[in-house]
Write a new protein. Structure first.
Length: 302
């Protein structure tokens, strides 16, 4: 599998996702919600093991065809990645990590082959995204997954195992609520804050296991797959380290709340790293504003 290269902007964004993974989602001590990060109150994961996912919810696939979520169930386990296709932070990281895991399992043990062993569902959590975006994203996924000297018909067969779905907010929430995936969507500013995870379903559509973060060891995914294939429910995943995608308001440029949230629960090292990221992003934003003829210093003088 060909690795995805990150440009400087993506690297900075990924750094923020990493920093917030270290700090902002940390659970409050002794279950005290008063000390819980504001981010943790609007985004997080509640592991609902054994919970059935609704089958009658309708989405559009990457070809614009309306399908019921249950149409993808019944034959084999399903892995759900709740992401959005235009994300530039944690979503590419989790997608890339998942693809690498599948490629390694296929190469070493000839298992976890999409369409044969498992159904892969990339569920857009952004109701404004379209099948056209899903189709473009799917081509990128297949390009990355295609092995050297792939046999004839590989792409057609692989395509059958990847499902990139878009839908309205009500449909999205029916699935995300069932799997315990909590995120924040601002339709006015079009900002999305969300944790990163994968969710393994049994063939009948019950939540069997989770992987949380942005690094999924092949052994763990294979174990989860073996459990789900037998229609069994796995153990709760470790949530001591969570990651997420945080979109900052480009109009207000409010970085301070991120620092406040991080300082509430983080150590000195994390604060230093976040501070460095904010410095770089602020400098870059001011430079871009000057290039567009909008100098923030002039605004202050006015």
């Amino acid at each position: 599998m060909k690795p995805n290269a990150m440009n400087p902007k993506t690297t900075k964004a990924a750094l923020l996702a990493l920093c917030l993974g270290l700090a902002a989602f940390a659970p409050a001590q002794d279950g005290d919600r008063k000390n819980e990060s504001p981010l943790a109150r609007t985004m997080g994961i509640t592991q609902r093991l054994g919970q059935p996912v609704p089958k009658d919810v309708e989405f559009k696939d990457e070809d614009g065809k309306t399908i019921r979520f249950g149409d993808l169930m019944g034959k084999r386990p399903m892995i759900i990645l709740p992401i959005f296709f235009q994300c530039r932070t944690g979503c590419p990281l989790i997608t890339d990590a998942t693809m690498k895991t599948l490629a390694k399992a296929n190469k070493v043990d000839n298992e976890l082959v999409p369409g044969r062993d498992v159904e892969m569902v990339l569920l857009s959590i952004d109701p404004l995204e379209t099948p056209e975006l899903a189709r473009a994203k799917k081509q990128l996924v297949l390009n990355a997954m295609e092995p050297p000297n792939a046999p004839e018909g590989w792409r057609e067969n692989a395509s059958k195992g990847w499902h990139l779905l878009t839908g309205d907010l009500e449909s999205i929430h029916k699935v995300t609520d069932a799997i315990g995936f909590k995120y924040k969507f601002d339709p006015v500013k079009h900002l999305i804050n969300h944790p990163t995870c994968t969710v393994m379903l049994t063939p009948s559509g019950r939540v069997s296991s989770y992987t949380i973060g942005n690094d999924f060891p092949t052994r763990v995914i294979q174990q989860n797959f073996a459990v789900a294939k037998k229609e069994e429910i796995g153990d709760k995943a470790d949530q001591s380290m969570m990651f997420g995608c945080i979109m900052l308001d480009p109009v207000t440029g409010k970085y301070r709340i991120v620092v406040e949230n991080v300082m509430r629960v983080a150590g000195v090292l994390t604060i230093v790293v976040v501070g460095l990221w904010i410095f770089l992003m602020s400098r870059n934003s001011k430079r871009e504003e000057r290039l567009r003829g909008l100098d923030p210093r002039a605004l202050k003088r006015g």
